[in-house]
Design a protein around this ligand. Structure first.
Ligand SMILES: *Cc1c(COP(=O)(O)O)cnc(C)c1O
Length: 379
């Protein structure tokens, strides 16, 4: 993510930068204020226990732990599954590969082998190609990481059959299967596939509380009792073990009670936005690829992406940018249908202004070459 998109001094009126930008609601803050707490490290925080039990259940696993972030969930899981020099397989655009400072390498000595997938997903055949046959020269392939929904893949959802084929192939090779479910519940709401149906096939799986669920802090990592026991040692080592974390867990429980089924609204808003954008000549986007709350749109080559997003920002709309001239817009619980219509109007306005021939860079250079070449000017 391009943080330079954010101006901390000025909150955008319509913040589509990320669903991490939601602020805890009044109801959530009340639940946090009332939370019963203990000392998490001593195992005496009842609210933390309640959240972990609930998420373990939801994900079809035996046990769970609360962590400060999803990044730490990915790191802790990798540290449990892999020894230094082991290799993990992940999709090239995945968050664990591209947006976590190579924590698995920096802390765990894990090497990554990437698969070029389709919007963040890959096939069992591709996994088969990436797994190394054991011999003394090769790194030991130890783990495969998947993402549901895919973030830089534009919120794509793994079809259940494809997911199961990859998991089957992974278990044939004896690999640990890790699911980065930062937005797993978006996939649940969009697809109707229960999280436990995916979760019970994984060795580790987590959900983020700070994305569509709207909490201020936290992620919950689940696995077998043995996995979570090993994960606790890493959580402790990394400084992720907390104290009265029931305050945070209460927000998580509140979110599971109130903010899951409403994700359908975010998806409807993303679809609405995608349909509008698809009709604008300044963008390339296939609305049928918008499966959850993320809209990725490619900007026309005649436009400068920095200039475009800066004009959006001046009009109160914040988005993020990615390589390949793409802008990403994420819907969430602080965005309603009116915001979407307003965003579409502003996108239209800015692209019309910036596509206008007088200020278009290509046209300017075309004009220059026309001037310097009399032969062409007579055409
Ligand atoms: C946001 C995100 C993460 C990291 O989670 P944090 O809680 O922000 O550390 C990991 N994976 C995916 C797919 C994400 O979208």
């Amino acid at each position: 993510m391009n943080r330079s998109n954010l101006d901390p001094a000025q909150k955008p009126a319509i913040n589509l930068y990320s669903d991490t930008q939601t602020e805890p609601s009044v109801g959530m803050r009340e639940a946090m204020a009332k939370a019963q707490v203990g000392d998490e490290q001593f195992g005496t925080d009842p609210t933390e226990h309640a959240l972990c039990e609930r998420v373990a259940d939801l994900l079809g696993q035996q046990a769970a732990m609360l962590l400060p972030s999803g990044t730490m969930a990915n790191l802790v899981a990798t540290l449990v599954h892999c020894r230094p020099g082991d290799e993990m397989i992940a999709e090239a655009s995945s968050h664990i590969v591209s947006l976590e400072g190579a924590g698995m390498a920096a802390v765990g000595g894990t090497q990554v082998r990437v698969i070029d997938g389709d919007r963040g997903r890959f096939s069992a055949d591709q996994l088969h190609e990436a797994v190394r046959a054991p011999n003394r020269y090769r790194p030991r392939t130890r783990m495969v990481a998947m993402e549901q929904t895919t973030n830089l893949g534009g919120g794509a959802i793994w079809p259940l059959s494809q997911f199961e084929e990859v998991v089957q192939a992974a278990s044939d090779y004896g690999l640990a299967v890790h699911l980065d479910g930062a937005r797993l519940l978006n996939a649940t709401v969009a697809s109707g596939v229960e999280p436990s149906q995916l979760g019970r096939r994984c060795d580790s799986i987590w959900i983020d509380l700070t994305k569509g669920l709207g909490c201020p802090v936290g992620a919950v990592l689940a696995g077998s009792t043995v996995f979570i026991e090993a994960a606790w040692q890493w959580k402790q080592r990394l400084g992720g073990a907390m104290r009265q974390s029931g305050v945070l867990a209460a927000a998580g429980i509140y979110a599971l009670d109130h903010n899951v089924s409403r994700l359908a609204e975010d998806h409807a808003n993303a679809r609405l936005l995608a349909q509008s954008i698809a009709e604008m000549p300044a963008f390339q986007l296939n609305p049928s690829e918008v499966e959850s709350n993320i809209v990725l749109a490619k900007l026309d080559e005649r436009l400068c992406i920095e200039r475009f997003t800066s004009a959006l920002r001046d009009r109160g709309v914040s988005v993020s940018t990615f390589p390949g001239r793409r802008i990403r817009l994420i819907t969430h619980l602080d965005i309603d249908e009116d915001d979407i219509r307003e965003t579409a109007r502003i996108l239209e306005q800015v692209s019309a202004e910036q596509m206008s021939p007088r200020i278009n860079e290509n046209d300017v250079s075309a004009l220059r070459s026309t001037r310097s070449s009399p032969a062409r000017s007579s055409e």
